[in-house]
Design a protein around this ligand. Structure first.
Ligand code: ZN
Length: 425
């Protein structure tokens, strides 16, 4: 995150590529370029925007506002400017956040033939009260035909059923939104890379909105493989975890994420789907409607530092980042291990003393916790309930239910049923 923080990521351009190259040092990311002008559903891939420098200087050339100090100082998407302006001409192009006067706000104006600078109240007052008559205003930026860039990495599993992890990568020097999502997704991909998995895991880092729309348009024919997924973002602040359900509401990822959060994060909150927020707006749009939820800590727009220069690395709590990553790993663990098993001896309880069921730790020790889990599993492995269903119903940890099921399966009492998550409607 420290390396990525200073890079000026925007909707398109070199900042996104450079960031993906850095991430590519940790996971073998493929970088995909989609040319300007490509039709993507109702949209068109825009011209590429890049910026080299920007400043407001006095007559001596002293920079009063300097893009080189923080890339938040320029409205991203600004058209090039090289001019000398009076205060009353400059003032209209300065953006403040009245709610957070001490901070520099994050603003964009892609494709709007406009330009601007973002300033703190202190910087604004300094410019207004200075005795400078003519400000030298330079934005060395430009739009040109190029491409939109996104990164993708796949961990192939035994099945072609996929779980998609997605985060946006279009914000400049902002830490929680969105580098925390980038960091957690990268570490998660790294953790799964070395594992043999049942499911295939796909990791996508793309610019928000147009990037998600572009990815979906480019991958339309294969969306049926995606049976679950999570949008990741805002995962490094000290707030509790928040899971936002998919539009499908009760899809498998919704059930698993809700269970994992309830078991391991008592302060976590669960939310219904609504068509606002991050790229769940696209992934859960009609026609696409993928079972993809969203995992954040404090959601976008709901913490005071959001989209300002105060969302910097000081806001990031390492323990929160680790907790976010571990939560993703727990969700993957249930995704991988949840199964549907059938009790082959359904008429009353089987005589368990015939089996060496409790002997794995030596003799037939008294193990009430395991016996408890065994009774739940025997009763509800009726072909209708998965192990997760039994864990939720019993209140037992998933691992305890899994352990009991594996022992009963080894005894031949349970048999595996094929379990396939339905493709999207
Ligand atoms: Zn944002």
């Amino acid at each position: 995150m420290q390396r990525l923080f200073p890079i000026c990521r925007a909707q398109t351009g070199h900042g996104v590529r450079e960031s993906l190259r850095v991430i590519g040092e940790h996971i073998p990311l493929e970088m995909i370029e989609v040319p300007t002008g490509t039709e993507v559903f109702n949209w068109t891939v825009p011209q590429e925007w890049n910026i080299r420098d920007a400043y407001i200087a006095d007559q001596t050339g002293r920079r009063l506002i300097d893009f080189r100090r923080s890339n938040l100082q320029v409205v991203l998407g600004s058209v090039p400017v090289r001019s000398v302006l009076h205060w009353n001409e400059l003032e209209d192009h300065l953006h403040l956040d009245p709610a957070h006067p001490e901070a520099v706000p994050f603003r964009t104006c892609y494709g709007r033939d406009s330009w601007g600078f973002c300033v703190s109240q202190e910087q604004y007052d300094l410019l207004r009260n200075s005795d400078v008559q003519d400000f030298e205003v330079v934005i060395d930026s430009g739009y040109q035909d190029g491409s939109l860039t996104y990164g993708e990495f796949v961990v192939a599993g035994e099945s072609d059923e996929e779980c998609l992890f997605y985060t946006h990568i279009c914000h400049p020097s902002l830490a929680n939104d969105n580098l925390s999502g980038v960091a957690v997704l990268t570490q998660l991909a790294q953790a799964l890379q070395s594992k043999q998995t049942r499911l295939t895991y796909r990791f996508v880092l793309a610019p928000a909105t147009i990037g998600a729309i572009t990815w979906l348009a480019q991958n339309k024919s294969r969306l049926g493989h995606i049976r679950q997924g999570l949008i990741l973002g805002c995962l490094g602040d000290r707030g509790p975890l928040t899971y936002k359900r998919s539009r499908q509401t009760t899809s498998r990822i919704d059930q698993i994420a809700e269970y994992v959060l309830q078991m391991s994060s008592p302060a976590a909150s669960l939310r219904s789907f609504e068509p606002f927020g991050y790229d769940e707006r696209q992934f859960c749009s009609p026609g696409i409607n993928l079972p993809i939820g969203r995992l954040t800590r404090s959601p976008n727009g709901e913490y005071p530092e959001y989209h300002t220069s105060l969302d910097n690395l000081d806001l990031i709590d390492p323990d929160s980042l680790v907790d976010s990553l571990n939560t993703c790993l727990k969700i993957v663990d249930v995704l991988e291990q949840d199964r549907c098993l059938l009790n082959r001896q359904p008429y009353c309880e089987p005589r368990l003393d015939r089996y060496d069921l409790y002997s794995s730790h030596g003799s037939r020790e008294h193990n009430p916790a395991l016996q408890h889990a065994v009774q739940w599993v025997l009763n509800y492995c009726d072909g209708e309930n998965t192990l997760l269903d039994i864990a939720k119903r019993s209140g037992l940890p998933f691992a305890a239910v899994l352990d009991a099921a594996q022992r009963l399966e080894a005894c031949g009492i349970l048999e595996d049923l094929p379990m396939s998550v339905p493709a999207r409607a």
